[in-house]
Each structure stands twice: as structure tokens, then as C-alpha cells.
Design a protein around this ligand. Sequence first.
Ligand SMILES: [Zn+2]
Ligand SMILES: [Zn+2]
Length: 122
Amino acid sequence: MSGDPFQVRFHSKLGVVIYDPLAQMGIAKEQMRLFKITSMSMTTFRRDIVSKDLGAGEPDVVEESAQAVDAYRTARAAKLKPYCTGCRRHFGSVDFSICMDCTAVRCTCGLCACVARKKKAA
Ligand SMILES: [Zn+2]
Ligand SMILES: [Zn+2]
């Protein structure tokens, strides 16, 4: 699991989270954004509070989340545009989630690759 541009970490309350340097854009320096595997979505936290309980991922816990981390990796790599084509907000500053149907970034406005396709077809 080396070479990823993001870090898989373990938080005692949130579970497995992904710290992605790219997702830290447009937030205050006392804030930290983490991608929660349990909800498959990005959330903004207070850095001082969240970092207290942030540790290295235990191999077995990380193993259990491998599929979700894979989905994040795929969505990240497949992200053709760094902003939402629906609402034009930059994904670096939006608490986006990952759609498990199309393995793509889903914006807070609800747009993801499969939703966009359905809209086009309609
Ligand atoms: Zn959007
Ligand atoms: Zn989708």
C-alpha cells in the first residue's frame, strides 16, 4: 500500500479515515478534512480535536476497509474535473462523498457520474 498520495489513518471514534492533502484546500488552518470510510464521505473537523484520536491504521482494520479505500482511490483517479459539473464547486472545498454504484465522487448537491448519466439520458 505505498505510493498513494493520501494516508489511511485510524480514528478511535470515527474508524478508518483517509487524510488527503488535496482535500485540505479552502479550509482554515485549524480545520482538517477527513474522508470517513463508515459513511463514505468527506467531513470537516477541528484539527486540534480530531488529531488527538488519530493514529496509524492497524493492519487488520485497514484490511477490512481495503475495498472502500480502493473505491476512494478509483474515484480520485477517475475524477476528470476537480470541480462539480452540476454546481461548479471545487471538490477540494466540498464535503463530497463517493457513490458506490459508479465509484465516482458525489458532490453535496447529489451529482455523481451515474446521476449525471441518468440526467443526460432523460
Ligand atoms: Zn455539485
Ligand atoms: Zn453514482
